[in-house]
Design a protein around this ligand. Structure first.
Ligand SMILES: Cc1cc2nc3c(=O)[nH]c(=O)nc-3n(C[C@H](O)[C@H](O)[C@H](O)COP(=O)(O)OP(=O)(O)OC[C@H]3O[C@@H](n4cnc5c(N)ncnc54)[C@H](O)[C@@H]3O)c2cc1C
Ligand SMILES: *[C@@H]1O[C@H](CO)[C@@H](O)[C@H](O)[C@H]1NC(C)=O
Ligand SMILES: *[C@@H]1O[C@H](CO)[C@@H](O)[C@H](O)[C@H]1NC(C)=O
Ligand SMILES: *[C@@H]1O[C@H](CO)[C@@H](O)[C@H](O)[C@H]1NC(C)=O
Ligand SMILES: *[C@@H]1O[C@H](CO)[C@@H](O)[C@H](O)[C@H]1NC(C)=O
Ligand SMILES: *[C@@H]1O[C@H](CO)[C@@H](O)[C@H](O)[C@H]1NC(C)=O
Ligand SMILES: *[C@@H]1O[C@H](CO)[C@@H](O)[C@H](O)[C@H]1NC(C)=O
Length: 532
């Protein structure tokens, strides 16, 4: 989110052309809706794609554009989109989940433009008012500038650390190489990433610097804001942010290639486990909550890391230890937006796009955003809507979850207290709230993945690797080492997994699972000696 754009692109259109997805090119598929030749179709392997979020749809599109049309998407919800999830308040469509497109050369932006998605460039921290929980409005612009500089230093030093093959650490201890030589104290942590402006960090990664990998967070930041550009386009399309992926699916997907309201309960791969034969024998069986079993040659599972970690799906037999270890090794973070709609007429809130609320409780509604900025502000979001939304991250997001017994009334009381602290001399008008409890939702179990300081590239390889002679595969946001946590990560990994599957089908019995049997770690226990 800080200004780190070092790449200047010749022009938006030139870049977009270069990045247009294959199926968007007019020549790639002249008859996308025509039925496949029945003979070819029968001889093609049967592929089940579990989940119809961005990753599942892009995997399906990739299979389709490579001539593999014998697939079925299996989705628990009644529509396509996954974590692109909209709701309504005060008569307006709002986004419970993903909201922004980061950068100007992002493939998600290409799709958004292709399907006429309405977005506006959100200035974020360029337009911010700051508050404390004790004194109402307080000018924290100096501490915000310091936090920006610290964030930038974290990212720059991570590059140096990678070049020197240094260890990954948490962001909290990342200042090790930055202490002035006169400073003889132990490296501690960057005070600038702590109170009051440090919550901005949590906003990006949904966890604190102590819980976050220094290297992975830094390169995810660079790969997004440095490579794609540092703009953040906020969806304000009243069809919902999900519109673009539903419209993209409509360009190639036939009705018989997707089932809705179908919750996967178990995946039986006992026969795939035992044999490497690839002769189309439907060796994998996926059982739904209604008892129906779907047979397949190959399965791509795009369920979130949280779904995998919480055993929502039973794997028969149990997944190999290397896979279970990898699933456990990454973190599903929680980030929840609470939307507030005010009655009345008067504008009592901030005139900027954003507000920082410095609470002595880290993660307690640190960021607020106004969808209703003054009439003379550019850009406009939802003019006259009287909607603000607060963001809650980390442990606080878990505290407002039904998992910890919190009710909507508790969340409302929290919001009221925070708003009273921000606007001490205002009589708050009546308001309604709405939010989605991502932590408690069995289809997600959190918002998006975060890489912890103990992660390792081998573990990440194992998170992605296929199982059962290439027949079980995974895709999704967490599978992207460069863009985890983002829609474009889900896009990239859905495409990558589909291409790997196509190669596996081509290889037939030569297809191998590419896991690392024993991930590297510290090289053995220290050897005991007299000197200790
Ligand atoms: C609050 C929030 C804010 C975010 N903000 C942004 C942002 O601004 N920009 C950005 O780029 N990214 C953002 N993200 C991240 C982005 O939404 C995700 O990275 C992306 O949507 C993940 O796509 P996916 O296909 O990997 O997974 P999903 O979208 O989770 O797709 C998986 C699908 O599987 C289905 N499913 C799950 N379990 C089952 C089951 N048992 N049976 C059948 N179906 C099942 C789900 O319903 C879902 O449709 C945000 C996410 C959240 C939650
Ligand atoms: C899915 O279920 C919802 C809620 O029960 C229903 O409204 C919708 O029509 C169903 N969708 C499909 C495609 O069956
Ligand atoms: C906040 O303080 C900075 C100096 O630290 C000053 O430049 C800025 O104008 C102040 N902002 C407001 C809104 O008073
Ligand atoms: C991120 O990009 C900056 C600017 O190019 C560079 O200095 C830094 O080392 C990079 N960090 C990582 C982790 O790649
Ligand atoms: C279960 O759901 C699937 C997918 O929607 C459907 O095809 C099947 O007919 C259902 N089976 C039963 C027994 O309802
Ligand atoms: C809150 O919701 C209720 C019930 O839908 C509605 O009558 C009321 O007008 C809403 N108030 C605000 C401020 O949105
Ligand atoms: C609120 O009112 C009190 C008393 O009039 C005043 O001292 C204080 O500065 C006001 N606070 C704000 C944030 O306007």
């Amino acid at each position: 989110m800080v200004q780190l754009s070092f790449y200047l692109f010749a022009g938006l259109l030139a870049s977009l052309n270069a990045l247009l997805p294959v199926s968007a090119l007019p020549t790639s598929d002249p008859h996308p809706r025509s039925s496949p030749d029945p003979a070819t179709h029968r001889s093609q392997p049967r592929i089940l794609i579990l989940g119809a979020g961005v990753s599942g749809i892009i995997a399906a599109r990739t299979l389709h554009s490579h001539g593999h049309s014998n697939f079925l998407l299996v989705e628990a919800q009644g529509e396509i989109g996954g974590r692109l999830k909209s709701g309504t308040i005060g008569g307006h469509t709002i986004e419970y989940g993903a909201n922004w497109i980061q950068g100007t050369v992002n493939p998600i932006l290409c799709l958004a433009l292709k399907h006429g998605q309405k977005t506006v460039n959100n200035g974020l921290y360029g337009s911010i008012t700051t508050y404390s929980d004790t004194d109402g409005p307080v000018n924290y612009s100096a501490t915000i500038a310091a936090a920006d500089a610290a964030f930038e230093a974290v990212v720059t030093e991570a590059g140096a650390q990678i070049t020197h093959y240094g260890p990954d650490l948490s962001v909290r201890v990342s200042s090790i190489s930055q202490l002035p030589s006169s400073d003889t104290s132990l490296p501690s942590f960057r005070p600038q990433l702590q109170w009051p402006a440090g919550d901005r960090w949590d906003f990006e990664y949904a966890q604190t610097p102590s819980q976050t990998s220094w290297m992975a967070s830094s390169w995810a930041h660079n790969f997004t804001f440095n490579l794609y550009g540092d703009d953040n386009f906020l969806n304000i399309d009243q069809r919902g942010y999900k519109h673009f992926i539903q419209a993209e699916a409509a360009t190639f997907l036939r009705p018989q290639q997707i089932v809705y309201n179908a919750t996967v309960k178990s995946v039986d791969w006992s026969r795939a486990h035992a044999t490497a034969t690839h002769s189309g024998q439907n060796l994998v069986a996926v059982t739904l909550a209604n008892g129906t079993t779907l047979a397949a040659d190959y399965v791509i599972c795009t369920f979130s890391l949280g779904v995998l970690q919480n055993d929502e799906v039973e794997w028969v037999p149990r997944l190999p230890d290397w896979k279970r270890e990898a699933i456990a090794a990454f973190t599903m973070a929680t980030y929840t937006k609470v939307f507030v709609h005010f009655a009345g007429e008067d504008r009592f809130w901030f005139d900027t796009e954003m507000a920082l609320y410095a609470s002595s409780r880290r993660g307690h509604y640190p960021l607020w955003q106004s969808l209703d900025v003054p009439a003379d502000h550019k850009p406009q979001f939802l003019p006259g809507s009287r909607i603000l939304f607060g963001t809650v991250t980390g442990d606080d997001a878990l505290e407002i979850s039904a998992l910890s017994g919190a009710t909507e009334g508790d969340v409302r009381a929290n919001v009221e207290e925070v708003l009273r602290n921000m606007f001490p001399n205002t009589t708050l008008p009546a308001f309604n709230i709405t939010y989605h409890d991502w932590a408690a939702d069995p289809l997600f179990h959190g918002s998006y993945s975060n890489f912890p300081p103990s992660w390792d590239p081998d573990l990440h390889q194992n998170l992605r690797s296929s199982v059962g002679h290439g027949r079980l595969r995974w895709a999704g946001e967490a599978g992207s080492a460069t863009w985890f946590g983002f829609l474009h990560g889900a896009y990239a990994d859905g495409k990558a997994t589909a291409l790997e599957l196509i190669e596996c089908i081509r290889l037939g019995e030569k297809c191998r699972d590419d896991f690392v049997p024993r991930p590297r770690g510290p090289r053995g226990a220290p050897v005991w000696s007299e000197r200790g």
